[in-house]
Design a binder for this molecule. Structure first.
Ligand SMILES: *Cc1c(COP(=O)(O)O)cnc(C)c1O
Length: 387
């Protein structure tokens, strides 16, 4: 780097401490590097963190967890699952894994989450479930969605990839009345294990099915119940399952990341408040806050440029990069991607709020390894470009 060129501030970085590193080393030395005692401990700690009597099933990605959840509630070919277009493709691809069809619904521009009014209008006799996303770490309107689900006999699987820790009506996401909730521990998420995820449920049947399908459809519990003398080498395969188990190496990170998750949220929340304050008066829309009394995980800080901003969204991101600051866009809505667009004949005019948000959205860096000076640099750069 030359003296005139500031260091590049990446869009995201994981916050891995010495305790995480020591735990990984301990796993490596122990000889137990796949699913074992640390994965079990991470599951127990995670269920304890959420409370509410939930079971936690560790998996190697949120995508895997969402797939297992849809399998466990029996989603089948011909079924429809209502979900948001304003998400990552993983949310919808798992519906296709089951041979079912996603039905995309526009967002409420106030929350950036699926619009419950539009959900109710999209229900058909084929609809089996709703798959909301807690966009950026702000809860979807879960009481409305819950009421719709009860009225129409639908299940709810929550994509909580952004939502640790997030609350809705004062309750942590993961402890609501949905059939299952799935968190992501991908490198950029609020708890990072490199790759990883957690399926959380209070339904013993879903938990049991997910545990079996997570590892090749092997049912050790059933086998153990019927065979009194159970040699360690013996097991029974009861279904064509998947290879979705988490490793103890990843769980080593997760155990210590979980202990820091409250502190991470506090820091992210301070940073969000500082952005809101520091970027006030500019031609942009700040992201929606949590509902009154609720917690926002602040996985993302997404501003929307106003129509009268002096430069376009794409120009803005280019200029920020020239100033040494990484930005991103969350998300390119699914209705714009060739596979989803062409398979379901989707057009932008079916999703005006998502389309409008996409065209104006910029995700600014927000993560706990940023210093106050780093954030000041971002604020200064945005003020220079938009002021
Ligand atoms: C990251 C993400 C996922 C997928 O998470 P993985 O753990 O990478 O599978 C799913 N949904 C949303 C909204 C995400 O942002």
């Amino acid at each position: 780097m030359s003296a005139t060129e500031p260091d590049f501030l990446p869009f995201a970085l994981p916050d891995i401490g010495e305790a995480e590193i020591a735990e990984v080393v301990d796993s490596l030395r122990s000889g137990w590097i796949t699913t074992g005692p640390k994965t079990r401990r991470f599951e127990e700690d995670f269920a304890g963190f959420l409370g509410g009597g939930v079971e936690a099933i560790a998996v190697n990605s949120a995508t895997a967890g969402l797939h297992l959840a849809l399998d466990a509630i029996g989603i089948a070919p011909g079924d429809e699952v209502l979900t948001t277009t304003h998400t990552f493709t993983a949310t919808a691809e798992v519906i296709r894994y089951m041979g079912a069809d996603p039905v995309f619904v526009d967002i409420d521009p106030q929350t950036m989450c699926i619009d419950p009014g539009l959900v109710e209008r999209a229900i058909t006799p084929r609809t089996k479930a709703i798959l909301p996303v807690h966009y950026a770490g702000r809860a979807s309107e879960m009481s409305s969605l819950g009421a719709i689900a009860r009225r129409h006999g639908l299940r709810i699987i929550e994509d909580a990839a952004h939502a640790l820790p997030t609350t809705s009506g004062g309750r942590l996401i993961g402890t609501l009345d949905s059939e299952a909730t799935v968190f992501s521990f991908y490198a950029t998420k609020t708890l990072a294990t490199g790759e990883g995820g957690m399926l959380v449920t209070r339904d013993a049947g879903i938990a049991r099915r997910a545990r079996v399908m997570r590892l090749h459809g092997i049912d050790r519990d059933a086998f153990n119940r019927y065979v009194s003398k159970k040699p360690a080498w013996n097991y029974e395969v009861v279904a064509p399952g998947f290879k979705y188990n988490l490793t103890d190496i990843a769980a080593s990170l997760g155990i210590h990341q979980l202990g820091r998750v409250r502190g991470f949220q506090q820091r992210r929340s301070e940073m969000a408040a500082r952005y809101r304050e520091g970027l006030s008066g500019l031609p942009l829309l700040a992201p929606p806050d949590a509902a009154q009394g609720d917690t926002h995980a602040w996985h993302l800080y997404v501003i929307r440029l106003a129509d009268d901003a002096p430069l376009s969204r794409d120009e803005f991101i280019d200029q920020m990069a020239k100033l040494g600051i990484g930005c991103s866009v969350h998300f390119i809505p699914l209705h714009l991607h060739p596979y989803w667009r062409d398979t379901y004949r989707l057009t932008p005019d079916q999703f005006p709020h998502s389309q409008q948000a996409f065209e104006a959205s910029v995700s600014l860096p927000i993560y706990t390894r940023m210093t106050d000076d780093d954030q000041s640099r971002v604020i200064e750069a945005v003020r220079t470009l938009l002021g």
